[in-house]
Write a protein that binds this ligand. Structure first.
Ligand code: CO
Ligand code: CO
Length: 344
């Protein structure tokens, strides 16, 4: 790309993906209350269970998986931003047990303020990830806006009898997490100019790792419940599983993996608005146990392109970790108690 006169700070925008510029879960639930449900046997997964993508049965062995996600830059490099946004959008197909087939780009761009080469780099980064996922970028839509935003609408396929939904967890299942937490806290440190190069590289590496391996591993061990951990944080997404499956999710806080640099970010006072919204959303539903202040911040940290949280029968965990070596056991599914979430 042509050199700009000054370094481009894509993250100098009013909102921030790392602070979960998306609506909080409570506000979203209020808005969705305006929708009129239309029951249809072909719709296998709709929006009611806060699942990652909609699933529509076409035939006995084929279902369509559809999702869309886009946000403002979380990193300054346009190519990396495109990769992160695409990895994040594709993740919702993997979180349902699907395989992505096609993707449409959706982009907002300040055409008067930034060179078109920047948009080209964002698109090129996004396409590289779509291709790595075995899918095709087949079109898209752009608008002029005051700040950059980019993402994908993704169409995938799945087997109707082998879906990974929020409602599929059973008492006795073990919970595994396939990526370390802390992308919100590290991105905030980056915006403050207080993230080391090594930690920044680790952040981008994590956010550009596809959840394809994790998804196939989940299907291979017969798992029926998974979600990807994104803006609502580990506890927000775990609460969706608890509600949809009518169980309580117990998390071992000390077992939850953290990205390199998260401890330093917390010690340095990093906070995110999204983390505070997530805390308000789950506060009535969580027993904190002996969780430390740092544990709470990590468990509530809004993730961008986070890993899969998968529930599976205990005797398949070894096989899952063999197929997805980054996975860590973080908890278990227990009978519904007074709280949706118990932290041990
Ligand atoms: Co999701
Ligand atoms: Co999403």
């Amino acid at each position: 790309m042509t050199a700009a006169t000054a370094p481009i700070r894509l993250t100098e925008h009013a909102s921030c993906a790392g602070c979960a510029a998306k609506l909080g879960a409570a506000d979203l639930a209020t808005a969705l209350g305006a929708l009129v449900p239309r029951p249809d046997a072909r719709l296998l997964v709709g929006h009611e269970t806060f699942d990652d993508a909609a699933v529509y049965r076409i035939s006995d062995d084929l279902a369509l998986v559809q999702t869309v996600d886009f946000f403002a830059p979380i990193v300054d490099d346009p190519f990396d931003f495109g990769r992160v946004a695409a990895t994040n959008a594709l993740s919702d197909v993997y979180a349902m047990g699907g395989e992505p087939m096609t993707a449409l780009a959706i982009a907002a761009f300040p055409a008067a303020a930034l060179s078109m080469d920047v948009l080209g780099e964002i698109l090129r980064g996004g396409q590289s990830v779509v291709h790595a996922a075995g899918a095709l970028l087949v079109g898209g839509h752009t608008i002029i806006d005051t700040e950059v935003k980019f993402g994908l609408a993704v169409t995938g396929r799945a087997h109707p009898d082998r879906l990974l939904t929020n409602a599929g967890a059973r008492v006795g299942d073990v919970l595994v997490l396939t990526k370390a937490l802390g992308t919100g806290l590290l991105a905030t440190q980056g915006k403050r100019g207080r993230l080391s190069e090594a930690h920044a590289a680790g952040l981008v590496r994590s956010m550009t790792t596809l959840n394809d391996v994790a998804s196939r591993a989940a299907l291979s061990v017969g798992a029926r419940c998974a979600t990807d951990v994104t803006g609502f944080g580990l506890l927000g997404h775990a609460s969706h599983i608890a509600r949809a499956s009518n169980v309580t999710v117990r998390i071992q806080a000390s077992q939850v993996p953290r990205l390199a640099g998260v401890a330093e970010a917390l010690a340095d006072g990093a906070r995110t608005g999204g983390g505070e919204r997530n805390a308000q959303f789950v506060s009535a539903h969580v027993q904190w146990g002996s969780a430390t202040t740092e544990d709470r911040a990590v468990l509530l940290d809004p993730q961008t392109s986070g890993g899969l949280l998968v529930a599976m029968s205990a005797d398949r965990v070894v096989d899952f970790i063999a197929a997805c070596p980054t996975a860590v056991v973080v908890g278990e599914i227990v009978p519904r108690s007074a709280a949706l979430l118990e932290i041990a």
